[in-house]
Design a protein around this ligand. Structure first.
Ligand code: AMP
Length: 249
């Protein structure tokens, strides 16, 4: 069984985001970048399936600038087997990512495609769903537990009212939620081994996909800064302020 995992290079989750002075986007130069945390969970899950003897190959895909190869190497150091890098300096919207993934899926024929539920840079939460639509495959999004039983996938999803369990026929698309697992740290020997694992370099043109953006970002701005709070002397004053000034009770 083969698993394909999509890994995005994003601004590290510890970095305080800065908006460009001209309001055209987010400052990314000289900023620490890492693998999208939900994608680390996706890689970890694929590795656990491999360790359990259910999967024999893990292929990781990353799309974007040359440095995406570092993200692929991080996935290799965790345990992925080989990588595909789709090189482009253009902004990739979720529709373009999904169309590229569809082409790759049709060449690679994986049994399972695992994505993060969302990329923490643009918080789109769209790729897994669009890809499932384009391929006409079943989807188990926001998976918090995953199991392979009798050739089917049992996915537990965290929904508003509790937990939902789905059975999916393969091939299928999964997107990972935070509680699915805790990704491992790469060991030094595996970091060394990762250097030798193969990366196939491609471009969007190789797949015949038009990645022209469909959206026009008008402006990016910081949220308004919070104003200082006040201290009230007692509960009566608090209730009066909530009723008369804030109008919330
Ligand atoms: P999004 O729908 O943009 O929030 O992203 C959801 C998931 O799609 C991510 O967690 C990744 O697994 C995948 N993805 C999005 N963009 C890329 C990219 N440029 N390269 C590889 N995978 C991506």
């Amino acid at each position: 069984m083969k698993v394909l995992v999509a890994v995005k290079r994003v601004i590290d989750y510890n970095v305080k985001i800065r908006v460009k002075t001209d309001g055209s986007g987010i400052e990314t130069s000289n900023v620490k970048m890492s693998m999208n945390p939900f994608d680390e969970i996706a890689v970890e899950e694929a590795i656990r399936l491999k360790e359990a003897g259910r999967v024999n190959e893990i292929v990781v895909v990353s799309m974007g600038a040359q440095q995406c190869q570092e993200t692929l190497r991080t996935a290799f150091a965790m345990g992925a087997d080989r990588g595909i890098h789709v090189l482009t300096e253009e902004t990739l919207e979720p529709l373009a990512v999904s169309k590229l993934l569809k082409e790759i899926v049709q060449i690679e024929n994986p049994d399972l495609v695992v994505l993060g539920k969302q990329a923490i840079d643009d918080d789109s939460n769209q790729c897994a769903q669009i890809l499932a639509g384009l391929l006409d495959w079943g989807q188990g999004t926001f998976a918090s537990k995953l199991d392979l039983v009798d050739g089917k996938i049992e996915v537990t999803r965290e929904v508003d009212g509790g937990l939902e369990t789905l059975w999916l026929a393969m091939p299928a698309i999964i997107s990972t939620d935070l509680r699915l697992n805790e990704p491992r740290y790469a060991s030094l020997p595996n970091i060394m081994k990762a250097k030798k694992k193969p990366i196939e370099q491609k471009t969007p043109e190789d797949y015949g996909v038009d990645i022209t953006p469909r959206l026009n970002i008008l402006k990016v701005e910081n949220p308004p800064s919070r104003t200082a709070g006040i201290k009230v002397a007692n509960v009566n004053e608090l209730v009066t302020k909530l009723r008369d000034e804030a109008g919330v009770i």
